[in-house]
Design a protein around this ligand. Structure first.
Ligand code: OAD
Length: 257
């Protein structure tokens, strides 16, 4: 893990609002493959081939089955030290917004107060016709029977509550993410390749608004040239170390005359 600067620790300890942009890398240490990695059972499919409405209408059973598999991976996973550290940061900073591209629910399960889900949440399903929420076991039962999962109320097809290629992001989430970015004193970009928009523009935009911007990632990313600082290492190691340093600094500050 590369060194964390004093500047970052100070800026976090003094911040009123911190925005954290997260991507698949923060959940890698929970055993969830990053978005573009081959995925065991399903490695004969490219995500782009299944994560779109045409594929769903063409073969709902296949797409529902793929998402059910991914949901089961997520349900068996646990939040890791990186997710928990972001929750712990709330003890030292008045306001922390987690803007996530992940659909795995792990920030919610770690207890983060303000999670903004840009790409939806794979644990939720809804009917494409009446838009009622559908319980996961409706999908599970249909897939076991080899039939497409349909809404118990209106017989419409059931889909996961995630954003597919070619679809708009949920406007309320985008609005909240825009606001969180604009008022951030510090933005952390964690575990994202930062190549998918609009998420990838948040670090740049936060910096334009005067935020100090740091990324946490073992590798270079699309925003590496635009950040103030890159901490090279896994989120599950870097974030706990960072939050501990911020806690120490806050205590020192509190003890000062
Ligand atoms: P990617 O799979 O593009 O990138 C994952 C990033 O995590 C890479 O930069 C890795 O270097 C980094 N990484 C891996 N292990 C890590 C660790 N332990 N700690 C920290 N970082 C680690 O995933 P995203 O950037 O999330 O969109 O992809 C963004 C979007 O692309 C996804 O949400 C998805 C896809 O199109 C939709 O489905 C709409």
């Amino acid at each position: 893990m590369s060194t964390i600067s004093d500047t970052l620790v100070c800026r976090l300890a003094e911040a009123d609002h911190v925005a954290v942009l997260t991507g698949a890398g923060i959940s890698a240490e929970s055993g969830i493959p990053t978005f573009r990695d081959p995925d065991g059972l399903w490695d004969e499919f490219e995500p782009q081939e299944l994560a779109n409405v045409e594929a769903f209408l063409d073969n709902p059973t296949l797409v529902q089955g793929w998402y059910r598999h991914r949901r089961q991976v997520v349900e068996e996973a646990e939040p890791n030290a990186g997710h928990r550290a972001l929750k712990a940061l709330e003890a030292h900073v008045p306001s922390v917004s987690v803007v996530t591209q992940n659909v795995d629910d792990l920030h919610n399960r770690a207890g983060s107060d303000a999670v903004i889900e840009l790409h939806g949440n794979i644990t939720r399903n809804y009917c494409v016709d009446c838009e009622r929420t559908a319980a996961p076991d409706v999908v599970d039962a249909a897939i076991r029977d080899g039939a497409p999962a349909r809404c118990p109320a209106c017989d419409g097809l059931i889909r996961p509550d995630v954003v597919w290629f070619g679809e708009r992001l949920p406007p309320e989430a985008v609005e909240r993410a825009d606001a969180a970015t604009a008022r951030a004193d510090v933005l952390l970009s964690v575990g994202t390749s930062a190549v998918v928009y609009p998420a990838a523009r948040y670090p740049v935009r936060a910096r334009e608004h005067g935020a100090y911007v740091a990324e946490v990632n073992p590798d270079t990313t699309g925003v590496t040239p635009d950040v103030d600082e890159s901490i090279r290492g896994p989120a599950g190691e870097v974030l706990p170390a960072l939050v501990e340093a911020v806690g120490d600094r806050s205590e020192e500050g509190a003890g000062a005359p």
